[in-house]
Design a protein around this ligand. Sequence first.
Ligand SMILES: C[S@@+](CC[C@H](N)C(=O)[O-])C[C@H]1O[C@@H](n2cnc3c(N)ncnc32)[C@H](O)[C@@H]1O
Length: 284
Amino acid sequence: MSFSAQETDPDTLPLPITVNSEFTLVEDVYEELFQLYSESDQSLWKHNHAVKQKEGMVEIEVENVKGHRPLQFTVMQNQSLLSKRGITGSVLWDSSIMLSNMFTLHQQFFGLNPAETKVLELGSGCGLLGITLASLVKQVILTDQYEMLPQLVKNIRRNLGDKSNTEVAELLWGDTISKDLRKEIVDWVVASDCVYHESLTGKLVKTLSDICQFSDTNKIQRFQETGVKATRTCFVLGQELRSDTVHLEFLTSLHEQFMVYRVPTSFILDDFQNGYCIYFGYLR
Ligand SMILES: C[S@@+](CC[C@H](N)C(=O)[O-])C[C@H]1O[C@@H](n2cnc3c(N)ncnc32)[C@H](O)[C@@H]1O
């Protein structure tokens, strides 16, 4: 038996966070684009300022909540692979640092729980975001194109050891979701800097939608069978503002299927206040 996530009401699968008035509901995608690209001072945008893509190995420090030491990670990169068509994940991108800091500093707000929360990351690349989240939650599934997986696995082992609370899976956007991933129940789907080419935006949104749909359906089924409650599968996507046309295409597909909110700038470190944005949302 399968259940449609659309049939859910907020009591069956409540949201995992309180969407306060600081969150901007995206009602009109053109208005959103206008606010992001036309009303902002683009001379302040400093893309790629936080990453050092030419270095083979980079040390990353992620800010932590008061009273806890920052998280330290070492990430291996391979800039030479960037010249290959379709390969962008062999180096780190600013948004992964922005999101790693946001989730660590606001772990309580996002309800991240080391005993319960499960996260799936799309387009993990070098893996910084998934690796950071693995320090905060019960389990993380990091996914990417097949070619990126060896480097991803190396970075996970280097930072979290051979036996960690992570899984790695090939997940090509737009493809049919594998049998294993169809069975998953995840609390969050995250992605950092995955909106950059018009040929990919529709596929990315399809995969995001499929994962959320399967996960919510599995949660409802589990609730009906066992009484175990869960929250709605939600996404957090962070990206650099590069091309308004690619952004419009992405947001139009996203908005068709999801309730979409822009995360307030108060969640974002000063370094990433200009030229970046973060969205939160869930299936309509
Ligand atoms: C700009 S990189 C960002 C990598 C990483 N999330 C970060 O922020 O450092 C985009 C990522 O999306 C992945 N990607 C691109 N097209 C994809 C596709 N069709 N299916 C799955 N992943 C894809 C790339 O392999 C790459 O890892």
